[in-house]
Write a protein of this length. Structure first.
Length: 167
């Protein structure tokens, strides 16, 4: 079993789109974007996202099996932090340590660019919360009723990881 984590390139747009749609279809209550909205976007939109942000992909046996975006804030007063979002590991590849390896790659990338990284996660996504806590992310808040899906509200935890000890 071969394993590789790398930044996606524009020619990975179709694979990125397919995996993102897979995430939204299989775990609709974990994301703010709906499958119905995302399916309308062609792969060009995903290529634009790859060009704009650092989109990381984890490949298992040459198949894109996990994704996550590292988006550094812009502007002199905000460039010290970044957000991680769209984190997803393909359902049949979960529990193989791919999520941990992908997040560790992003954290190593982040350490040279920012002083802190933020991530938001639905309060019912226990596997992700456990992973982020294991990687020293701290919950600093809750956004109540962040998502509204099929007449049900979902809260999100707001989490942060600091790289400097002087906060």
């Amino acid at each position: 079993m071969s394993f590789l984590i790398r930044l996606l390139k524009p020619n990975d747009g179709a694979d990125y789109r397919n995996l993102r749609l897979h995430a939204l279809q299989n775990f609709p209550t974990y994301y703010g974007t709906s499958y119905e909205d995302a399916i309308k976007e062609d792969h060009v939109s995903f290529v634009k996202m790859i060009k704009k942000h650092n989109v990381f992909g984890a490949y298992l046996d040459k198949e894109l099996s996990a994704i996550a975006i590292f988006a550094q804030a812009e502007g002199k007063h905000m460039e010290h932090y970044a957000h991680i979002y769209q984190v997803y590991v393909k359902k049949d590849k979960q529990s193989l340590g791919i999520g941990t390896k992908l997040m560790n790659a992003i954290i190593e990338h982040a350490k040279i660019k920012v002083r802190q990284i933020y991530i938001a996660v639905c309060t019912h996504n226990e596997a992700a919360i456990s992973l982020y806590k294991k990687l020293d992310f701290e919950i600093y808040g809750v956004e109540p009723k962040k998502l509204y899906i099929n007449n049900i509200y979902y809260d999100e935890y707001l989490m942060v990881k600091f790289f400097d000890k002087d906060r």
